[in-house]
Design a protein around this ligand. Structure first.
Ligand SMILES: COc1cc(/C=C/C(=O)SCCNC(=O)CCNC(=O)[C@H](O)C(C)(C)COP(=O)(O)OP(=O)(O)OC[C@H]2O[C@@H](n3cnc4c(N)ncnc43)[C@H](O)[C@@H]2OP(=O)(O)O)ccc1O
Length: 268
């Protein structure tokens, strides 16, 4: 990890986010619509603060864009002023912010619309569920800007869509539609324009009703199990399953089902 003058902490600019609590869901709106929610240092510092201090009563987080777009990615006006050392520090700063999102104790849902570009796409990759309205489109124009992804995109995006597809996006500047995003495994929901925020909030309320231990297992254990060798993964799965089913919450929920006091599983 680089340190030194280049790591001088950037002050969080709280005006760049609109943070609200809706029941047990925290909603975080990227709030630079005049700049298409380009991610500058002040916004990234504010985002880090948000994910450092998730209140105890919050059970899910929704990230969305204010205006017509999710995010146009890195604020290119700040890139001009960076030398190589500052660039490394900057990239690692982004990694820490997006790691906070990926390893958040509660599920994070990204509500996508309009431009989901470059660093905006990397931000969306750090979320656990992606909801896209038809207007959403995805691109990695780093190639044409003469740069490379710096927000963990080369680690997270290939795990969702594959190395070859990401390489094609970066080399050719190919733009994928919202529908392509679902087909290729990037987003899990495709919905009509204007409804990404509402759908994400609905999902936030839904996941908030799960046993916290199940959500913990899905967020923290599942990604590790999926990347582990099969023997290690199966052992981790058994351990996690044992811990979860021993919890009183699981016992109460299973009892409620057997006593016909809870909803059955039906197609939606
Ligand atoms: C290297 O280390 C890194 C890298 C990274 C991550 C890198 C990246 O994210 S690369 C991708 C950067 N983004 C782009 O190239 C997209 C540029 N924007 C656009 O193509 C368009 O603006 C649009 C998003 C398609 C929207 O078009 P439109 O609605 O027509 O709006 P405009 O008139 O074009 O823009 C309005 C206003 O916003 C400014 N703006 C838009 N995007 C950005 C941006 N990315 N940065 C700065 N400013 C932006 C635009 O200039 C206009 O401003 P005015 O003052 O002229 O009104 C991560 C970490 C690393 O370490």
């Amino acid at each position: 990890m680089l340190t030194g003058n280049a790591s001088a902490a950037t002050l969080a600019d709280s005006s760049t986010l609109v943070v609200e609590t809706v029941g047990s869901v925290l909603t975080i709106g990227l709030n630079r619509p005049a700049k298409r929610n380009a991610l500058n240092d002040g916004l990234m510092a504010a985002l880090k603060d948000c994910f450092t201090d998730i209140p105890d009563d919050i059970r899910a987080v929704v990230i969305h864009g204010i205006g017509d777009h999710f995010s146009a990615g890195l604020d290119l006006s700040e890139l001009r002023e960076r030398d190589a050392t500052e660039g490394l520090v900057h990239s690692q700063t982004w990694h820490r912010v997006f790691d906070k999102i990926q390893y958040c104790r509660v599920p994070v849902i990204a509500a996508l619309k309009g431009a989901v570009i470059g660093g905006g796409l990397e931000l969306a990759c750090a979320a656990h569920i992606r909801v896209a309205e038809s207007s959403a489109y995805y691109a990695l124009p780093e190639g044409s800007r003469g740069i490379f992804v710096g927000g963990g995109g080369s680690v997270r995006l290939p795990r969702l869509i594959g190395v070859a597809r990401m390489a094609d996006m970066m080399l050719t500047g190919r733009v994928y539609s919202a529908a392509d995003g679902v087909v290729h495994g990037f987003s899990q929901y495709l919905i009509e324009d204007g409804s990404a925020y509402d759908k994400a909030l609905e999902l936030g309320n839904r996941v908030a009703q799960n046993a916290p231990l199940t959500n913990f297992a899905v967020l923290q254990a599942l990604p590790m199990i999926a990347e582990a060798n099969p023997q290690t993964g199966l052992l981790m799965e058994s351990l996690m399953a044992t811990v979860a089913q021993s919890d009183q919450e699981a016992k109460n929920r299973i009892r409620a089902f057997l006593d016909h006091k809870t909803a059955k599983v039906k197609p939606t």
